[in-house]
Design a protein around this ligand. Structure first.
Ligand code: CAA
Length: 370
């Protein structure tokens, strides 16, 4: 995989890995206890890690998309919680505002997001619209110069902690399916409240909450892109998002495999056990190739829907397989929290669920093939 990276990309990888060792690792335990990594996010903002693929004119680091994916991969080796926070913030909040926003919206929001002064959340899922995202109900009704938002979003990553919310809402319920629009909503807008904070199996440092919109009145200038274009914007943003989650999966898988290798060096096992590492290592490399291929497609502005879904489907499966197998290789040690293996196992599963389940990735791939 290394041969695919430029010298500059390798340097970035070293820099992010060093940051992860020095600043993220000491926070892992606190995040496991449910603490949201505020201080760490501020540090990452100062380093530019919250605006890696964003142009310098908007206070980003202007790195290429592959470098951004390398960063998620490296950060997730140490903490999958940090991986998802960075991925959601960048791929499905900052990048869509940059891609679809007006000059005023870009100037107002992108520098604050890229520098980490504001954290972003992506609000699509609802109680009755998960995989079938186009059946959302949250209503945005235009009244004079404003839109009034009413409804509920669930399972929102970084919800309650984020300052800026990209919210998808139905603007014309009478029209054909998918008349959905996107809105930028600031946290302190009256009528916008934070609901249930989910207790999750893994990713304990990341927030996953319900959001209530009760007559939330926002100026029409907060509409992102054209009315009715929201669904397509959400889908195309999720292409980049899925490559990010695929990179998060790589990080978890690689960390788990590395832990198993170290363990087996210290606790030699029989040949039959040891050679299982061969399969796991080969699967990890195959996943890396798919993820970095998808990143290269995105960077080259080529259609990436199929490649992004393939990368997420395969890398998330690989993370689940490797982290499960590693628990077994470590035996009773793997089942305790003496090692990180059990955390990798708990963190891996969500990669097969959020930003489109594996079934949805298969469906997306099939639609592209046929
Ligand atoms: N890229 C670009 N455009 C896309 C696209 C993609 N990946 N997928 C669909 N579109 C476009 C289509 O081309 C089509 O455009 P036209 O109208 O111009 O032809 C339009 O969107 C509608 O497409 P479909 O007819 O395929 O839409 P559908 O209603 O049948 O649903 C779906 C498609 C793939 C099932 C979609 O609903 C989906 O992706 N569901 C999963 C939802 C999801 O991923 N949610 C993630 C929540 S966010 C999250 O998880 C963040 C987090 O916390 C980490």
């Amino acid at each position: 995989m290394d041969v695919m990276l430029t010298e500059q990309q390798r340097l970035w990888r070293e820099q992010v890995a060093a940051f992860a060792r020095q600043h993220v690792l000491p926070e892992v335990e606190a995040m496991e206890q449910g603490q949201f990594p505020r201080t760490l996010i501020a540090k990452m903002g100062k380093q530019g890690f919250l605006g890696l693929p964003i142009p310098a004119v908007y206070q980003g680091l202007e790195a290429d998309f592959t470098t951004y994916i390398i960063a998620i991969h490296e950060l997730s080796k140490v903490s999958a919680t940090i991986g998802v926070i960075v991925s959601v913030h960048t791929s499905v909040v900052t990048m869509p505002i940059l891609a679809f926003g007006t000059t005023e919206q870009k100037e107002s929001y992108v520098p604050l997001l890229a520098s980490g002064q504001k954290l972003g959340a992506f609000c699509l899922t609802e109680p009755t619209a998960g995989s079938d995202a186009s059946s959302i109900q949250l209503r945005a009704e235009q009244v004079d110069e404003h839109y009034i938002l009413n409804g509920t979003k669930i399972f929102i990553t970084s919800g309650g902690e984020a300052e800026l919310y990209l919210v998808f809402a139905v603007t014309d319920p009478a029209s054909a399916k998918k008349n959905i629009s996107a809105f930028i909503v600031e946290k302190d807008t009256p009528g916008f409240t934070i609901g249930k904070d989910e207790k999750k199996m893994g990713l304990h440092g990341s927030k996953t909450v319900t959001l209530h919109f009760d007559g939330v009145r926002i100026p029409k200038e907060q509409l992102l892109g054209a009315e009715g274009e929201g669904f397509r914007m959400a889908m195309s943003s999720l292409n980049a998002g899925r490559i990010g989650i695929a990179a998060q999966s790589l990080g978890i898988a690689e960390a788990a495999l590395t832990e198993a290798v170290t363990y087996l060096k210290q606790h030699p096992a029989g040949l039959e056990t040891t050679i299982r590492l061969g399969d796991l290592a080969a699967k990890l490399e195959a996943a890396k190739l798919l993820v970095y291929q998808a990143a290269a497609y995105k960077e080259a502005n080529r259609p990436v829907t199929k490649e992004a879904s393939m990368a997420k489907l395969f890398a998330s499966r690989t993370a689940v397989e490797i982290s499960t197998e590693v628990i077994h290789l470590l035996g009773m040690d793997g089942y305790t929290n003496r090692y990180h293996a059990e955390r990798y196992f708990r963190d891996a599963k969500i990669c097969e669920i959020y930003e489109g389940t594996s079934e949805i990735q298969r469906l997306v791939i099939c639609k592209q093939l046929i």
